[in-house]
Design a protein around this ligand. Structure first.
Ligand SMILES: NC(=O)c1ccc[n+]([C@@H]2O[C@H](COP(=O)([O-])OP(=O)(O)OC[C@H]3O[C@@H](n4cnc5c(N)ncnc54)[C@H](O)[C@@H]3O)[C@@H](O)[C@H]2O)c1
Length: 317
């Protein structure tokens, strides 16, 4: 089986590739960004040799179809996207990449009759927490999309339903919670938390941590990658999209834990909390994909900080 991963040199895409390699998949990483530094960090020499990196843009349907055909691809994993802040700053480009790009992925699957599309949705489809009365947001709860990025994910989920009902395109969306881990980059909210809460203290720098009064759903990147790989393996599912959940813990607890690893860490908890809800009903992903997270917040934070130090030749904490 050959799997093409859009956004395959990005943060989550790279960890997904590592997970798919364990299942013996052939991999094409398709990304507009040519840098492979995350691959260089997390893949062994043997793993790296098994990954073909192709520079390509998801907004270019012809190039996507050509790459899929040339490499005899059976499945598409779609991670290429513009994240929250970049979409907000440049709506025309955001809509082009997030809406048209995702449509191109579904069109490719439809035209070439591919086996499956597995793609990244987000719990940001849900909008602000005050809209939900349940303790756990149900898998089929109404979607309001808190921002333009979330609204694009809402539209993408509707599009996936249409491609399934009208054309039989088999797809699974994983609604990722807050993902963190070594190699995360960019200006998005999740990358900002990783940098301020984990990276800065790991190198003795001060951190200004957002959402100091809030609760976060911490999904370690290897758990996110495993959920995606499980979605690639199952044949048919009843649901087209699945809530995920990691460890549901307050930012205050996270900062207190970092202070046990780095005594005297100069962390400032900024006021405020995330707009979105933090607790989701995950009974469907457990039942249909067999996914349960394996990483606690403490384990994930410690591993992230120690890995970042190791990459700079420093001893673990
Ligand atoms: N990080 C999180 O907390 C989080 C949470 C929920 C959902 N997600 C989703 O997971 C997916 C991956 O996010 P990430 O955190 O790995 O981000 P990332 O920015 O590290 O990876 C995205 C990749 O897409 C590539 N890309 C962007 N535009 C492209 C285009 N036009 N053509 C081809 N490639 C393009 C980028 O170069 C990058 O390598 C995204 O769909 C994101 O919305 C992430």
């Amino acid at each position: 089986m050959t799997c093409l991963v859009t956004g395959g040199t990005g943060f989550i895409g790279s960890y997904i590739i590592k997970e798919l390699l364990k299942d013996g998949e052939q991999i094409v990483a398709y990304d507009s960004f040519p840098g492979t530094e995350i691959h260089d960090r997390i893949f062994s020499k043997e793993e790296k040799e098994k990954v073909k990196v192709t520079i390509g843009d998801v907004t270019d349907l012809a190039q996507l179809i050509r790459t899929v055909k040339e490499n005899k691809v059976n499945k598409l994993v779609h991670m290429a996207y513009m994240l929250t802040n970049d979409t907000a700053a440049n709506p025309p480009r955001g809509i082009r990449v997030n809406i048209e790009g995702t449509n191109n992925v579904f069109e490719t699957a439809r035209i070439l009759g591919l086996e499956k599309v597995v793609w990244a949705s987000s719990v940001s489809v849900y909008g602000s927490a005050d809209k939900y009365k349940e303790k756990l947001v149900p898998n089929d709860a109404p979607q309001y999309g808190a921002n333009l990025y979330g609204a694009c994910k809402v539209f993408n989920e509707r599009m996936a339903e249409h491609y399934y009902s009208a054309f039989g395109v088999n797809s699974i969306a994983i609604r990722f919670a807050w993902i963190y881990g070594p190699g995360q980059r960019g200006t998005g909210g999740a990358a900002n938390i990783t940098r301020e809460l984990m990276e800065n203290p790991a190198f003795g720098k001060p951190g200004r941590v957002p959402y100091g009064e809030g609760v976060v759903n911490w999904l370690y990147v290897e758990d996110a990658a495993r959920a995606t790989a499980l979605a690639c393996k199952v044949s048919r599912t009843e649901s087209r999209a699945f809530n995920t959940s990691g460890d549901i813990r307050s930012m205050k607890e996270a900062a207190q834990y970092v202070a046990t690893l780095v005594p005297g860490a100069a962390l400032t908890l900024l006021p405020g909390k995330p707009v979105q809800p933090s607790s989701f009903d995950v009974s469907k992903i457990e039942k249909e994909l067999g996914f349960r997270p394996q990483w606690t917040m403490e384990r994930g934070i410690k591993h992230t900080m120690n890995t970042l130090r190791q990459w700079r030749g420093m001893p673990p904490m």
